[in-house]
Design a protein around this ligand. Structure first.
Ligand SMILES: *[C@@H]1O[C@H](CO)[C@@H](O)[C@H](O)[C@H]1NC(C)=O
Ligand SMILES: *[C@@H]1O[C@H](CO)[C@@H](O)[C@H](O)[C@H]1NC(C)=O
Length: 168
């Protein structure tokens, strides 16, 4: 009974989402659903210093809230001073403006098999940036693809970011 009540609440929520898309603007509508205000990145940590002289450790926990077998992510270093938002992403959920593109990766959520190219490496290098970035905040950002979560059925994206200080 309780399960059915929860299920019907979820369906009602999903139904109301479907019935009233109320996009803020055409761009958001075109970009589909981008979830922000959450963070799956546990390394690097907020305020950590990153430098061209050593790699920074990277750890991300996919949200995987539809219990998919695999979670696809793209990883980026993007300029500050403010954290990236949904409008920082272009029509294909990439950053038109970025400092480093760390590629597309696939986590195996079930621990059963690996889908190429597999999960991201445990660390990433820092590119040499314009000296004007020294001492300022840049963001390590992750865009996770959530494919076909019922009842929405359309792709959704989760944007996480962590502010780090570029030491040069
Ligand atoms: C979105 O940004 C990425 C990375 O800059 C780029 O490769 C892709 O072509 C862009 N997509 C569009 C539609 O501009
Ligand atoms: C540093 O990160 C790059 C990817 O950005 C990787 O290719 C390289 O192996 C890493 N180096 C070390 C020492 O972990």
């Amino acid at each position: 009974m309780q399960f059915l009540a929860v299920l019907s609440t979820l369906l009602a929520l999903g139904g109301s989402v479907l019935a009233s898309p109320t996009p803020q603007n055409d761009n958001l509508h075109r970009r589909q659903n981008i979830i922000t205000g959450v963070n799956g990145i546990s390394a690097p940590t907020e305020g950590e210093t990153i430098s061209t002289t050593s790699n920074f450790t990277f750890t991300y926990q996919p949200f995987d809230y539809c219990f998919e077998a695999f979670s696809g992510v793209s990883i980026w270093l993007v300029p500050g001073p403010n954290p990236p938002t949904a409008s920082s992403l272009n029509a294909t959920q990439g950053f038109s403006e970025y400092l480093a593109a760390y590629g597309d990766w696939i986590y195996d959520d079930d621990g059963i098999s690996v889908l190429a190219p597999g999960p991201p490496p445990p660390s990433f290098s820092v590119p040499e940036l314009d000296p004007s970035y020294v001492g300022s905040t840049v963001y390590v950002a992750v865009v996770e693809n959530i494919f076909g979560c019922p009842p929405v059925g359309a792709p959704e994206y989760v944007l996480s970011s962590v502010g780090v200080v570029y030491a040069g």
